[in-house]
Structure formats: structure tokens, C-alpha cells
Design a protein around this ligand. Sequence first.
Ligand SMILES: NC(=O)c1ccc[n+]([C@@H]2O[C@H](COP(=O)([O-])OP(=O)(O)OC[C@H]3O[C@@H](n4cnc5c(N)ncnc54)[C@H](O)[C@@H]3O)[C@@H](O)[C@H]2O)c1
Length: 433
Amino acid sequence: MIGTGYVGLVTGTCFADSGNDVVCVDIDQKKVERLKQGDIPIYEPGLSEMVTRNVAHGRLKFTTQVAECVPGANCVFLAVGTPQGEDGSADLKYLFAAADSIAPHLSTQTVVVIKSTVPVGTNRKVANRLKELLGRDVDVASNPEFLKEGCAIDDFTKPDRVVVGSDRPEPADLLQELYKPFLRTEKPYLAMGLESAEMTKYVANCLLATKISFINEMANLCERVGADINDVRRGIGHDQRIGFAFLFPGVGYGGSCFPKDVRALFSVAREKGMKLNMLEAVDNVNNQQKNVLFSKISEHFGGKLKGKKIAVWGLAFKPKTDDIREAPALVLIDQLLAEGAQVHVNDPVAIENVEAIYGTKLTYHDHHYDAATGADCLAIVTEWNEYRTPDFDYLKLKMKSPTIFDGRNLYNPVKMTKAGFNYSGIGLLVPKS
Ligand SMILES: NC(=O)c1ccc[n+]([C@@H]2O[C@H](COP(=O)([O-])OP(=O)(O)OC[C@H]3O[C@@H](n4cnc5c(N)ncnc54)[C@H](O)[C@@H]3O)[C@@H](O)[C@H]2O)c1
């Protein structure tokens, strides 16, 4: 497993857990050292125990040296990052560097599997590159990953489907064997061409991002026309053609996938002379949505935020992860700091990552009530479970002003108003106090 991040570590560990011998490789020496000591560098529920168990059984190892593990491997997975490049397209430098590093060690039977999310055509380019380096054909298969951070192990071990793209049936058959333990409930193993597999991953993420931007825009309109997005959601969701999934309004999507994958797809389309109008709008709506909490807060204080104490609950881009890549909380924090507010933050697991960026510019609290103590208002950005049912009387007592800007619609506006809070959500109808 080349690349031991959110995807590589989970994938490698789950394959080890189903009885395979797995070596996870990373160029980040510190990360590998920590893993060797049993210290898991990311927060992912259940992962630490699983890593420890498989290391103890000798099925899972960590190294920085491809030469130690690539020779003789049945499969070499590439799970390195494919971040957004300067022009919006996917930056493939880590992927090609990884391909170059494994090339001299590949055995003739080894299948190279690209798990990273890569633009259409990349698997073929990697195959060509390996052929150029080795002077022979190498099987390259595309195996996009659909796991969600926060429930990555469950998603990996109980996938809705496994998608594999390849030119020949043999690599697809080998991967089907590998995935068999996870497909025992008749979930489909979908073999297809390389390009279709690559495209599947982007289309899936882009459709999910589209649903989020769509409901966010509708929620914003609800606020202006006196409708309630929760009623509207109920009104539409029972229609089986629509459903409820992924139609929760909020402060915009973040994370390491949706933003970059949406942009990468419209950048691929542009290269082909096509403009993806809808996806460009999805991205624009999302960027605007990340400003929504700040606009509301600023309006509430008449634009005078200097010296105001603002509490922020939730920093990770979503609950159950410490990942803050493209997190909406960071956009809000930047705006608040720029206006001279004092920002007090809490997050169950992401504080360390945020502190690494902001240092002393923020005040960090281990407990969410402490962050809200003396605050002029509270902004809720990530829907961590521990924020769902606070002791409102206590919170009201602690805050300087009982004002909540809820970016995740966690509470009932009627109850909040009755309890004496100045409460607003995203697209919610809030009774006048
Ligand atoms: N994070 C997710 O939820 C998720 C879900 C599905 C797909 N993906 C895709 O999976 C890929 C990996 O994402 P991630 O979130 O795990 O990334 P990550 O940044 O957490 O991890 C990538 C790792 O690869 C390592 N690396 C880079 N170059 C290397 C090399 N040459 N050799 C060995 N290691 C190298 C880095 O040091 C890093 O530890 C991306 O393409 C992403 O789009 C991510």
C-alpha cells in the first residue's frame, strides 16, 4: 500500500484484517515512525484497535522503503494524495513519483492498483509510464475508493459496491478475490473499463456535492420567502425519486475530496473543450455558502466585530474526523479574525490540526461549554454528536449573550426561542421572540 493516509491506512489495515499480508509504505518518515510505535497519526473510529491487532498478528507492517515490500507482491496499491493543483486540475506529481519509485521493484505478475482519485486517462498514463520504464506491459487496474472519513472502516468492510476498471479480466479477477470477504452480502463487484471506473468516482462525488449545493441554495431561499427547509425536506424526501440522503442544508461541503474532485472534473471537461456549467455553479454555491455564518454574525453585530468574543463549536470538515482540509470552520475563523473578533474554539479531535495553522491567534478549549463561556455568540459549524443536546440552561448562563448561529440545524427553533435564545439556522423558520 503506497501512501498511508486516510485511504491507504484504512485500506491496508482492512486487507490485513481479512488475512492478507500488507505492508504500508509512506515517504513521511515521521508518520511511519509513529505507526511503528502503534501511534495512529489520524483520527478514525476503530482504526487504532484494528491496526494494533493486525500488527500483533504480523500481517501489517510499516516502512518507508518500497524495495522492502514491492518485490513479489500480488498487488501494489497506489493511495497517495492527488490534491488540487494551481489551475484546479488534480496534481498528479505524487502519483507519478510513487509509480516511478515502485517500477524497478515490480515483479512480472504484480498488478498495480490505483486507489487514489485520478482524472480519466490517468491509469492508462501510469501504465504507459511503467511500460516506458520497464520495457514491458504492466497490469494497471483502477479501484476508486468510496469510503467516508469518520466511518471509513464500516464503509470499507461493508461497501455498497466495489468498482474495478481494467483492460484485461485477470487483474479484475484477482481484485475480486481480494474483496470477496467484504462482499458476502451480495453487494456488487462491478468490473468495467479503466476510463469508466475513473469517471465513476468523479461522477459519484460530483453528484453528492451537487445535492449539497442544491439544498443549501434552497435553504437560503427559504429564509427569504418565509419557508422552512426542514418542512420542505420532508415534503420532497418522501418522493421515492428524491429521498432524504445528502439533502441536509449547512455551511457548505469541505474535506479532501468534494471540493477538489468537483474542480478536477470541470477542469478535465475544459481540456476536452466542454464547460460543465452545472458543476461550476455547484462549486460557486459552495464557496458562497461557506460565508453564510459570517454574514449572519456580522449583520447581527452591525458589522462591529472588533473585540467580540465568538465561540466556534466544530472545526473538522465533518464529525468523527480530525481532517480540516477545506473545512468551512476555517473560512469563518479567517473572516472573524480579520474583523478583530476574539475566537474561542472547540472540537473533540481536530484542535491539534487547527492549532498547527493558527497558533496563538485562537483560544482553544477542551470543553465546548468553556469555549462558549462569556461569548457574545456561538457559531456551530460541525455537527458533532456532543453538540446535539447541550444543557441549554447552563449554556445560557455561561454565555454573555444567548445567541446561536447554527450552521447545522441541530436544534428546534421553537424550543430555542422559548428557552430565550436568539437562534438562527440555515433555512429555518424561527418564531419571533
Ligand atoms: N480521504 C478520503 O476520505 C478519501 C476518500 C476516497 C478517496 N480518496 C482519495 O484517495 C487518495 C488519498 O487520499 P488521502 O485522504 O488518504 O490522502 P492523505 O494526504 O491523507 O495521504 C496520502 C499519503 O501519501 C503519502 N505519499 C505521497 N507520496 C508518496 C510516495 N511517493 N510514496 C509513498 N507515500 C507517499 C503522503 O505522505 C501521505 O501520507 C486521494 O486521491 C483522495 O482523493 C480520499
